[in-house]
Design a protein around this ligand. Structure first.
Ligand SMILES: [Zn+2]
Length: 83
C-alpha cells in the first residue's frame, strides 16, 4: 500500500523568493500594486511572500508590510467573530 503525502502548502523561503523577485525588478504588491523596494529594504520593511493555491496554477505573490498588517487585522477580526 502506497500512500504518498502531498503537502497542500509548500513552505516558502521568503528571503530566497524576495531575492529572486527583486532580481527581476518587476515585483509589486499583490493588493496595492506598490513597487517592491531593493531586496535589503524589502527584508527590513517586512515584505512577505505568499502562495495562492486556489488557482489553476499556484501563484507566488508579494505583500507589502502595509497590506500585510491590514490583512492580519482583518483575519484576527474574523477569528474573533468565530471565537
Ligand atoms: Zn500593498
Amino acid at each position: 500500500m502506497h500512500s504518498v503525502t502531498v503537502p497542500r502548502r509548500l513552505p516558502i523561503d521568503v528571503n530566497a523568493a524576495l531575492h529572486a523577485i527583486c532580481s527581476t525588478g518587476k515585483g509589486r504588491c499583490w493588493y496595492c500594486d506598490v513597487k517592491l523596494p531593493p531586496e535589503s529594504e524589502a527584508l527590513h520593511e517586512g515584505w512577505d511572500v505568499q502562495r495562492i493555491d486556489d488557482q489553476p496554477v499556484a501563484n507566488i505573490i508579494l505583500v507589502c508590510p502595509h497590506c500585510l498588517r491590514r490583512e492580519t487585522a482583518s483575519e484576527s477580526r474574523k477569528l474573533a467573530r468565530f471565537g
